[in-house]
Design a protein around this ligand. Structure first.
Ligand SMILES: Nc1ncnc2c1ncn2[C@@H]1O[C@H](COP(=O)(O)OP(=O)(O)OP(=O)(O)O)[C@@H](O)[C@H]1O
Ligand SMILES: [Mg+2]
Length: 357
């Protein structure tokens, strides 16, 4: 996977930029609030996922402008592609001159993994953050997974809509049968995909984590399903009455979670700030490896502000482990990554981007 260049027009604080990237290391440097993360975000959106900042579509357009546009040329599977994103009220995507119905159809074309300081929420935050992490990662590998999720969420919405009526109108049970069958069918497949993905993650995570934390700690991760896939249909039916009072569906993969354990103890509840950061970055580095193992191609690695977060040994470990990948790394002080020979360094100032030669 290789992003050759990006053109940006009116995206956030970047009025206009045209950047050609290095095949390996790209350092994006500049003082605070100059536009470094905006560039990482512009690149990330081409994966078909939502912004890692949780931003709404309208916030991508530069203040005072009506439209923004980004465009990349990239190589995937040995073939050159062009992708464009046009930001109006909503964002629209074009891949190799075909208008896509939704930007999520880009998933799988450009594969990337992003790490940002917000990823600490993968450990500290609620289970929705961890499910989203799974969905975005698996969706890049298997576009079929995204259609399963869509089916599941549609059926879930329908069930939640009518479940409230169940307590005074038993005839809705015919419709519940239909939606619950869909939930059980796509839900059990979603659980299967997620469990397999976590298994793959586990084949990298302990080694990467002990590398980052200098071998002192042991880590494991566990997919926590609130119900097994083959039991979903039965449980949903059993819980109709209870759910008709609460108004929502209490069983299924939309309630699942991942547990991270450091030396057998919950990282979320007992981990130090530094340990949690190390778990989050180890997890992302594991995803890079899993995507490589399963797709045969190195995904692009986007590292926003990782250097300021970690001590020197951890920095060294990370920079060393991404040297095979095309990497984009933001930092305030490029001397942080100076020890890396080769690559390009860009300076971002007030939304303008220049290559430092
Ligand atoms: N839609 C928008 N239009 C204009 N400017 C915007 C828009 N959205 C965000 N900005 C501005 O872009 C600027 C740069 O943001 P960005 O997050 O890229 O900074 P950064 O260089 O990563 O800084 P830091 O080192 O603090 O992380 C911010 O000052 C922000 O207010
Ligand atoms: Mg930033």
């Amino acid at each position: 996977m290789l992003i050759q260049n990006i053109q940006i027009k009116n995206f956030r604080n970047i009025k206009s930029a045209d950047i050609s990237f290095d095949e390996k290391m790209n350092v994006i440097s500049g003082e605070n609030a100059q536009g470094k993360t905006n560039i990482i975000e512009a690149l990330w959106l081409f994966c078909g996922a939502k912004s890692f900042r949780g931003a709404k579509d309208a916030s991508f357009i530069k203040f005072g402008e009506k439209e923004a546009k980004t465009e990349i040329n990239f190589i995937s599977g040995g073939i050159e592609h062009n992708a464009q994103m046009i930001f109006l009220e909503k964002k629209n995507a074009v891949l190799d001159e075909n208008n896509l119905k939704s930007t999520s159809e880009l998933a799988g074309s450009l594969k990337a993994v992003v790490f940002s300081p917000l990823d600490i929420m993968l450990i500290n935050g609620g289970p929705d953050k961890r499910r989203r992490f799974l969905d975005v990662s698996i969706g890049q590998l298997y576009p079929k997974y995204i259609s399963l999720l869509r089916k599941y969420n549609r059926a879930l919405l329908q069930r939640n809509k009518i479940i409230k009526d169940y307590k005074y109108d038993p005839t809705v049970s015919v419709m519940l049968d239909v939606f619950e069958e869909e939930l059980a069918d796509s839900g059990s497949k979603i659980i299967e995909y997620r469990k397999r993905f976590i298994e793959k993650i586990n084949s990298y995570l302990p080694k990467i984590f002990s590398g980052i934390s200098s071998g002192r700690e042991e880590i494991s991760s566990l997919y926590v399903a609130n119900e097994e896939g083959n039991m979903l249909a039965v449980r949903l039916k059993e819980e109709r009455k209870e759910n008709s009072f609460s108004g929502f569906t209490s069983t299924g993969p939309h309630r699942d979670d991942i547990d991270f354990l450091i030396n057998g103890i919950s990282a979320k509840n007992y981990g130090s700030q530094g340990q949690k950061r190390s778990v989050a970055i180890s997890l992302k580095l594991s995803v890079l490896n899993v995507i490589y193992e399963l797709s045969g191609e190195y995904p692009v690695c986007l590292l926003d502000d990782v250097m300021s977060e970690l001590d020197e040994n951890r920095q060294k470990y990370i920079l060393n482990s991404v040297k095979e990948w095309q990497t984009f790394i933001t930092c305030c002080d490029p001397s942080n990554v100076e020890r890396l020979s080769g690559g390009k360094v860009f300076s971002v100032k007030n939304g303008g981007v220049e290559e430092c030669i």
